[in-house]
Design a protein around this ligand. Sequence first.
Ligand code: SF4
Ligand code: FES
Length: 254
Amino acid sequence: MVEKQKFLVYRKNPGETPRYERYTVPLKPGMSVLEALFYIQDHLDSSFAFRYACRGAICGSCGITIDKFPQLACRTQVTAVKSTKKPLKLPELTFGEVPNDWNQETEILIEPLPNMEPIKDLVVEMEPFWKFYEEVKPYFVREYIDVQPESLQSFEDARSIEHLVYCILCGICWTCPVNATNSNYLGPTALAKAYRFMADTRVDDSHRSVIAGRVSKEDGVPACEKHFVCNRVCPKGVKPGTAIQNTRKEYLTP
Ligand code: SF4
Ligand code: FES
């Protein structure tokens, strides 16, 4: 007999009050939560909306909240959801009125990412996320040197920023309680990305100080309240909170 898994899923149409719908999905070996969402869309309700692209934990599109823990749907196995230990001290995440009869033992609760406006179902408005990302100017600026190789970096220097380079811009670290209350906060993603370039030995000093100037504004690094929720939820081990702390120590005047 095919095993089945029940899901309780956040649904919302633009301009309407959110509701929760129940679906039962037949399991396949190794099935990810993203595959279960596809099953719902393909077989149970074609109007169900969610984002994805790579299906391999690379593009960062499929961030959602699974049983009150923000994660990548493509990297989360359905059968592991109930047994996986959640990070400690996650903030309370509320998206709508979860039905009182939600069976937490047997039903997987699916909701959008926190602190971003839901547009439809699991699709959230990411415009502020991208605006803050662009604001920190997260790219290389250096004087062109017409000599090969152009951008030498020692192995040690590369290793020191390697974990920051792994950021896939999924927005899961916006689970940060400061993002919940301050809509102008640059957010852990942009601040970690800023540090990734400030700490890169190939970036020239003037660009480094431009980035430092941008992240030192009131709603940048100083607004971080050191909850470190971002470190605990990041699926790629980036540790944005540590990057923010390093920025404070290394580049901002006390
Ligand atoms: S720092 Fe981690 S959680 Fe935040 S956007 Fe990058 S990969 Fe996602
Ligand atoms: S679909 Fe790309 S990270 Fe999940």
